[in-house]
Design a protein around this ligand. Sequence first.
Ligand code: BG6
Length: 508
Amino acid sequence: MTKAPKPPPATVFLFGAHGDLVSRLLVPALYNLRRDGLLCEGLHLVGVDHNAMTDAAFRERLAQGIRARARPGAEGGVEGKRRAKVFDAKMWNPQARRISYLQGDFLDDRTYADIAARIKAAPTGNAVFYLATSPRFFGEVVDRLAAAGLLTESPGVFRRVVIEKPFGSDLKSAQALNARVLRAMCEEQVYRIDHYLGKETVQNILVSRFANGLFEAFWNNHYVDHVQITAAETVGVEQRGDFYEHTGALRDMVPNHLFQLMGLVAMEPPAAFGADAVRAEKAKLIGAIRPQTREEALANSVRGQYRAGTMAGQKVPGYRSEPKVARNSRTETYVALKLMVDNWRWDGVPFYLRTGKRMAVRDTEIAICFKQAPSSLFRDTRVDRLKPNYLTIQIQPDEGMWFDFQAKRPGPAVEIDNVQMGFAYSTFFHMRPSTGYETLIYDCLMGDQTLFQRADNIENGWRAVQPFLDAWREDDTADVQGYKAGSDGPRCADELLARDGRRWHKRD
Ligand code: BG6
């Protein structure tokens, strides 16, 4: 196997350097890339934020973030199973020496003059501006970078901007932000990030579908009954109440993460594995989600909000008792949707999506439910009901793929049991500890946009959820359904499927 090449030298400016994302995920990801020999010696990091901090204090803050991930039992890694045992200072120190801090207000032109001076002094003109800031700064920073001439590329010198989520809060704001960003630079310089695309299991969806002759043959409405996409979390909103109150589960998870999963699982085969081909097919698929009238949107959606409950033996508060949450909040912490895709492949196949916080188990999966075999053959046996076959793509935890089918239980009578064939990542591959950001940062430094969202991907996602946002806003009489923390979500979500004669797939 040929080793991946090292990216070219560059200076990465981390806007929002004081924030949680930088120390908890981005810099630990850079640490892992260095551990894997995938960073060059010419990579410089500059943290930009308004707080006063010395270079040494900033480096120490980042080292603490890396150490926290390396600690046994810490969050991250391959679901916390295997992780770097200790922080390897010897390996990291040469990179740490190339980390500095720049105190500056994002809205002050002097900050950009200072950035220009840093680039001038660097051994390379290549620069990546990573906007790990509050979304209200995205447009402001981009405008100022452009005004200072920092986004102008020249032969052999790149200038790229990474923009975190949320990219807009509805279709209109996403379109406005795209227009603003594309006035400042061209699409090839924009890297709109969705960390779900950094997950190995998510990237594997395309490989599983298109590197195997078998799957494609039954990946359509002739064989598939419906598809379920679930992202269930056990965590609550915790300290993010002020962000979450204005966001809610629909905006936070659906047009981005869940649509990434839906796009990859349902798109047509791209002509090549290149950025344009893959992103064009994904955009087409999400663009083919059927628009819904207000009545349809209300009938095809369920909103829930967690109430107090018990998680792993511990009592946990309800959403309305979380810090910075209104006591009468109607923000949803759970959403379930039924969507249809208007194309030849998926005509008549519902896609049921759900995501929620404080659910009984952590489970991100895509369950493809196949049409049932006719049961007439078993009429005179003790078998009263055949179960459908499911192909489950388990994104996290316990990454893998599982196929449920029916087998005869040993014995004289014809009795049938559900059995499973499976592929667990942990059996076949040694997965190194990762934050999920490694591939994305590496790809950005290499100039590969395949795993980043193009403007049309973002806008199609918002366009598809806009009917729900509108219908909910107009329907302010209906309350969100309560569900107990530690449960499977609100009862109406079961009814959403039950009325179609279906039920949610349950992880064994
Ligand atoms: C983030 C959301 O984008 O994704 C969070 O803002 C959510 O609310 C998180 O918890 C889920 O990511 P993961 O990788 O833990 O599934």
